[in-house]
Design a protein around this ligand. Structure first.
Ligand code: IVH
Length: 674
């Protein structure tokens, strides 16, 4: 296609996609299938990537709205993405200074200090000043092309102020503010919260749907210019140049004329870093002169011209008021230290998990002890050690409970694992309510309008004993019920609107897929993905129920532990009664094959597949061909239209295809075909 036709096609695709977006978002109407829509988006992105001069901020490939589904392609980095050597000690820092001076044969050296942002490293290339591609660090020599996701980063320019070719590196992250907001939304929706900003940013950038990434509001700070302009002589100048080009470079960096000034900078930010909206785990100290950097060069792993000084996690001391125990949905008992509230890393800490009896023994923690608490990047703080000097001489060793704090049943323990659990699976309230809360959670049956308080209240009123009782609830049975709120001296009365909402959302849940129901049953070790795999493989609950251990472990990714748990679950008479009740209530226990999106694009074409593929398994690629009306044949003949060649294709196939003059196409060409 010549440039004019490319431009015409790009504009046409943008118009079409914008039209469908508007229809979908403004009028909730779909007049083309998701597949057709995705194909258009894909064609547009491919054309824009091949012709970056036509990229535009206004393109629907950039803006939220397009559901783009694609796996990531990998590309080589033009220069390897190395890591930094780390230190926590002043001695190492002074040794680094000495080493640098010795190699260079100088007495004085200038450093540029920057904050070490705690996020995900990205390498972004620009052609003619236009965004070309964003790669993750990957294995250091090649990374994943996450361009579509990176393009949702508002502070990452798609067009630079100069039409230059360059590659820049920086750190993508989620600000503390946006992270807290995201988690607040998650809490409101009763979903599991993200553990920390770093993991959230890295998980987000690996998502297939960039419209979700866009909602996460990722930011990016730049810290290095890979392909350097000869007029730029220092790291400081390259940061300034990056700013001029339109990149986001924080002005927290500082030029230091010796290592003592570096240490002052380190001390300054150790105090102040909590107040920043970005997580920082240390300082990066770089030799400022690029000429010196070149002389110092790199080891296989890291540059000799830079070092990261890492801050130790913030640690504070507080008192243990009590050690309490929580009972989980599976009966596992978790000890929790109740603390004198203390501010740590920007939030108030009142509790810390002690995990299990081993941890209590390891720490030798006792009530009234003064303990050190650390946050270390995670939301849940941990107790790192006890300050024995401050221990009360009369304090007594803490003894792990022997009975369930909720139902007083004698606890059992799992040998070698220091795990204690309450065996009263059927009647212990936190276990019963935990199972019901799991069943109604968003990822399982998504029954809105019933919160944990309502569940506990209905259990107390003996209206709920197990998940199947949800489907026996009637409006008349619950209207006006007075539910006691746990831990408070309050009673809540169920009003007309709440009751209607509860009953309606329970009714709506009957439409959920079999895999959601299966996940909702709360069978130990059966997570969402395992439930999907089981549903797809066995097709219905009867087949899973009657499968023995060996048949279960035959399924891809079902190991001994899951299989054992499934067998145990289906051998329990009471579980079978619950299942029977759920079947009677009308829940789905059969797997519905997803309707294949059909097209006749490959009609009349016969494919032979050879080798392995990056984006598809053999089975998937076969399915792709068939759903587009093509045929797959095992051996090459004069009737074959294409040999679809993956990695490690057999050499004989290649020779034969060439003899028969059969077109050989690779995976990307195939993707374009469909
Ligand atoms: S310079 C050879 N500067 O830290 C690597 N890195 O452990 C040169 N990082 O993967 C990197 N803030 O993702 C540099 N101001 C900063 C940084 C920084 C964070 C990350 C970067 C790198 C990791 C190295």
């Amino acid at each position: 296609m010549d440039k004019n036709s490319v431009k015409k096609r790009i504009l046409q695709l943008r118009d079409e996609i914008n039209f469908h977006n508007k229809l979908y978002y403004d009028e909730s109407k779909n007049i083309i299938s998701d597949y057709e829509y995705d194909t258009k988006i894909k064609e547009l992105i491919d054309l824009e990537n091949l012709n970056p001069e036509f990229k535009s901020l206004d393109s629907p490939s950039v803006k939220v709205g397009g559901k783009i589904t694609k796996s990531f392609q990998t590309f080589d980095h033009i220069q390897p993405m190395l890591s930094l050597s780390n230190t926590y000690s002043d001695q190492d820092l002074f040794d680094f200074d000495k080493r640098v001076k010795k190699i260079l044969g100088v007495d004085e050296i200038e450093y540029l200090c920057e904050l070490k942002y705690d996020g995900v490293a990205l390498s972004i290339s620009y052609n003619n000043g236009l965004f070309n591609r964003a790669l993750t660090r990957g294995d250091g020599s090649k990374g994943d092309d996450i361009s579509n996701n990176a393009m949702t980063i508002k502070t990452l320019p798609l067009k630079l102020s100069e039409a230059v070719n360059l590659e820049v590196r920086g750190e993508a992250f989620i600000s503390k503010f946006n992270f807290n907001k995201l988690n607040k939304d998650k809490k409101d929706k009763k979903e599991e919260v993200f553990s920390n900003p770093r993991n959230t940013a890295s998980g987000s950038l690996k998502m297939q749907d960039s419209s979700i990434v866009s909602e996460r509001k990722i930011n990016c700070f730049m810290y290095s210019l890979v392909s350097v302009d000869e007029n730029i002589l220092t790291q400081e100048k390259s940061l300034k140049y990056l700013m001029d080009l339109g990149f986001n470079v924080p002005d927290t960096y500082k030029r230091c004329s010796d290592i003592n000034e570096v240490k002052d900078y380190i001390n300054y930010w150790e105090e102040k870093r909590d107040g920043l909206d970005v997580e920082t785990d240390g300082i990066v100290i770089k030799v400022n002169s690029l000429k010196y950097q070149k002389i110092l060069s790199n080891t296989a792993k890291s540059p000799r011209w830079a070092i990261a000084y890492k801050y130790k996690s913030e640690s504070k001391k507080t008192r243990v008021i009590d050690i309490q125990f929580q009972v989980g949905r599976t009966g596992a008992i978790t000890p929790v230290a109740i603390l004198d509230p203390i501010e740590l890393g920007g939030s108030i800490v009142k509790r810390a998990s002690l995990h299990n009896s081993n941890e209590i023994e390891r720490l030798d923690i006792r009530i009234n002890d003064r303990v050190f608490i650390e946050k270390g990047g995670e939301i849940i703080p941990k107790v790192t050690k006890v300050d024995f000097r401050e221990r009360d001489s009369k304090s007594e060793e803490f003894v792990f409970i022997t009975r369930c704090p909720s139902c007083d049943t004698l606890l059992k323990s799992v040998e070698d694992q220091a795990i204690h659990y309450c065996p009263n699976y059927k009647k212990c309230t936190p276990q019963v309510s935990g199972r019901i809360e799991h069943f109604i959670s968003k990822n399982a049956m998504d029954i809105e309008h019933i919160g944990p308080e309502t569940v506990k209240g209905l259990i107390n009123k003996e209206l709920l004993n197990d998940i199947s009782d949800l489907y026996k609830l009637k409006y008349e049975k619950i209207i006006g019920l007075e539910l006691k709120i746990d831990g408070e001296n309050k009673v809540r009365s169920l009003k007309h609107k709440s009751c209607q909402n509860i009953i309606n959302s329970i009714e709506k849940s009957k439409k959920n897929n079999f895999s959601n129901v299966l996940f909702g049953l709360g069978i130990r070790y059966v997570g969402k993905t395992t439930a999907e795999k089981l549903a797809k493989y066995f097709k219905n609950i009867e087949n899973i129920k009657s499968a023995n251990f060996d048949q279960l472990t035959d399924v891809e990714e079902i190991g001994d532990k899951i299989a054992e748990s499934l067998v145990k679950y289906f051998n329990d008479q009471e579980n079978l009664i619950i299942l029977e009740n759920l079947v009677k209530a009308g829940l789905k226990f059969d797997y519905e094959e997803k309707k294949l999106l059909e097209s006749d694009k490959l009609s009349g074409q016969i494919f032979v597949i050879s080798g392995t593929f990056e984006n598809f398994s053999r089975e998937q690629i076969k399915l792709e061909i068939e759903k587009n009306s093509g045929k797959v044949s095992k051996s090459l003949s004069s009737k074959t239209s294409y040999l679809l060649a993956g990695e490690n294709m057999g050499p004989k196939k290649k020779i034969k295809a060439e003899e028969l003059k059969i077109m050989i196409i690779n995976e990307n060409q195939f993707i374009k075909l469909i």
